[in-house]
Design a protein around this ligand. Structure first.
Ligand SMILES: Cc1cc2nc3c(=O)[nH]c(=O)nc-3n(C[C@H](O)[C@H](O)[C@H](O)COP(=O)(O)OP(=O)(O)OC[C@H]3O[C@@H](n4cnc5c(N)ncnc54)[C@H](O)[C@@H]3O)c2cc1C
Length: 461
């Protein structure tokens, strides 16, 4: 559908209900909202708006819908699949000014927030109440962006991903209509699940303005270990067995020897350069935690681990998780002038060892330099490929490896993306993964966004 460009009279109209400094067509602001944090090329929007309320978002959407102007919601811009790139120009709605914590209900372990609050800022405040929101992507994302991408992280293995922790949403439809979805109850069998429809919809179905999140209590007791192996296969087989034993780690992460070497090069911590698992159990009883770690140690010994450093102290543990969280940034710092493509796939746990083996061998067969960082306990692989995206020959090899690796994940019952979303990068795999289901998705999109103005060019092929 042909879109219209922003006119002087549109800008004037936007300023009738927002302050002048909430609307910008300045070059630097447009640039800052043109691309995400991955290698995707930039697309210039025409205007950036910073609404302060749901009412303002509703007025923006109504105007855009009436005038057929594309709109892209924007959280912190940390996406990795081009999710927030304004490919059709138009309006970018930046949620920076909608960053309030509206209410903390400690008695129900819940918080109400505006979409633009960042999860790190929110968790700092929640810590004073002994609570936290567990899904934690590596970047300081907004809650709106996390909900829209259904992101997750190292704690998902115990607490679930974002979708498992969103109870209620306030959302503005492309027409400007405002809807509530969900309730404050943990359980509900009431009607179609609109919360789950909007979580992970990447800003293509509605603009989310307020969110009620389910929280967890901060557990003080922990038991952590670092385990090294001769081979990645031994490490991934140990992961399967740890999970098969019914242990519930609070984190179970895999880094291969090359990934560890980048952490070492970055200099904050020094680890043995071998395939490594970071394991942590959390709870209220130190005795049972130590017992869990002991079982994990036995399993790792059966898989010929070369080192099992148990009972890591608080400082050392914090340094380890800092290194793991900062891994993406370490990778960039250690490879100046090069780009990183993170292939994010997830498979059923029984297929995880095969997935890692297939992905690393395939990347090597195309002559690509790569390393593994993985939320292993979830069966979620990140294969980080390092290279120059301006180099046509490299891009061609990368593209073929990408096709093979994602197709393999789908063929063993997995998914094209475990947590980074579809964006631009994974659209081509949607029919392969969902078949006729894509037609249902198209129908939903058409119903909610008949003019196709909301984040066009994303998710659907
Ligand atoms: C170094 C690094 C490490 C990362 N590690 C992880 C990780 O471990 N796990 C993980 O899941 N992700 C990870 N990511 C990816 C990224 O941080 C997440 O996808 C995050 O959720 C994006 O949030 P954001 O606020 O930056 O959203 P943006 O990137 O700004 O937007 C994300 C999507 O949400 C839409 N959107 C934003 N706000 C709204 C709203 N209010 N209403 C409707 N739609 C909206 C946008 O249009 C876009 O489609 C990482 C990124 C980086 C750079």
């Amino acid at each position: 559908m042909p879109f219209n460009h922003i006119t002087e009279s549109d800008l004037k109209f936007l300023k009738t209900f927002m302050e002048a400094d909430q609307v910008s067509t300045g070059e630097s602001n447009l640039n800052l909202h043109s691309a995400d944090q991955a290698y995707h090329k930039g697309y210039m929007p025409e205007v950036i708006v910073w609404p302060k309320s749901t009412e303002e978002v509703s007025a923006i959407m109504k105007m855009a819908n009436d005038r057929m102007i594309p709109v892209t919601p924007w959280g912190a811009g940390t996406s990795l699949e081009g999710n927030c790139c304004p490919v059709a120009g138009g309006i970018v709605i930046d949620f920076q000014l909608m960053n309030k914590i509206l209410g903390i209900r400690t008695e129900d372990f819940q918080v109400d927030v505006q979409a633009g609050v960042t999860y790190k800022d929110m968790n700092k405040v929640l810590a004073h109440h002994g609570l936290f929101f567990p899904p934690d992507p590596g970047a300081n994302a907004t809650i709106g962006g996390m909900v829209a991408n259904n992101s997750s992280g190292i704690r998902t293995i115990k607490y679930g991903s974002t979708k498992d922790n969103v109870l209620r949403l306030l959302a503005v439809l492309p027409t400007g209509d405002v809807i509530h979805a969900g309730s404050r109850s943990y359980k509900s069998s009431s009607g179609y699940d609109l919360v789950r429809l909007l979580v992970g919809s990447e800003g293509t179905l509605a603009v989310i303005t307020e969110i009620t999140l389910r929280l967890a209590g901060i557990t003080e007791e922990f038991s952590a270990g670092v385990v090294t192996f001769e081979s990645v296969r031994e490490a991934t087989d140990a992961v399967y067995e740890i999970m098969a034993h019914g242990l519930i780690p609070a984190a179970l992460e895999l880094l291969d020897a090359d990934a560890i070497s980048f952490i070492n090069k970055d200099g904050k911590i020094h680890l043995d350069e071998r395939p490594t698992l970071f394991i942590e159990f959390t709870g209220s009883n130190q005795k049972s935690l130590a017992k869990d770690l002991k079982v994990a140690e036995e399993i790792c010994n059966n898989h010929h681990c070369t080192g099992f450093q148990m009972g890591v102290g608080r400082d050392e543990r914090n340094r380890l998780w800092e290194a793991r969280h900062g891994f993406g940034e370490s990778l960039m710092r250690c490879n100046p002038g090069l780009d990183i493509l993170i292939m994010d796939t997830a498979v059923p746990l029984s297929q995880f060892s095969g997935m890692v083996e297939y992905a690393t061998k395939t990347a090597a067969s195309y002559g690509l330099k790569s390393c593994v960082s993985s939320h292993a306990g979830d069966g979620n692989l990140h294969l980080n490929v390092i290279g120059d995206m301006q180099d046509k020959a490299f891009l061609d090899r990368l593209d073929r490896a990408y096709e093979d690796i994602v197709s393999y994940a789908i063929s063993v019952g997995g998914t094209a993306t475990g947590e980074h979303g579809v964006g631009i990068g994974k659209r081509r795999f949607m029919i392969q993964e969902h078949g006729q289901g894509v037609e249902v998705m198209r129908g939903i999109k058409k119903f909610l966004d008949p003019n196709g103005i909301l984040n066009p060019g994303k998710v659907l092929p």
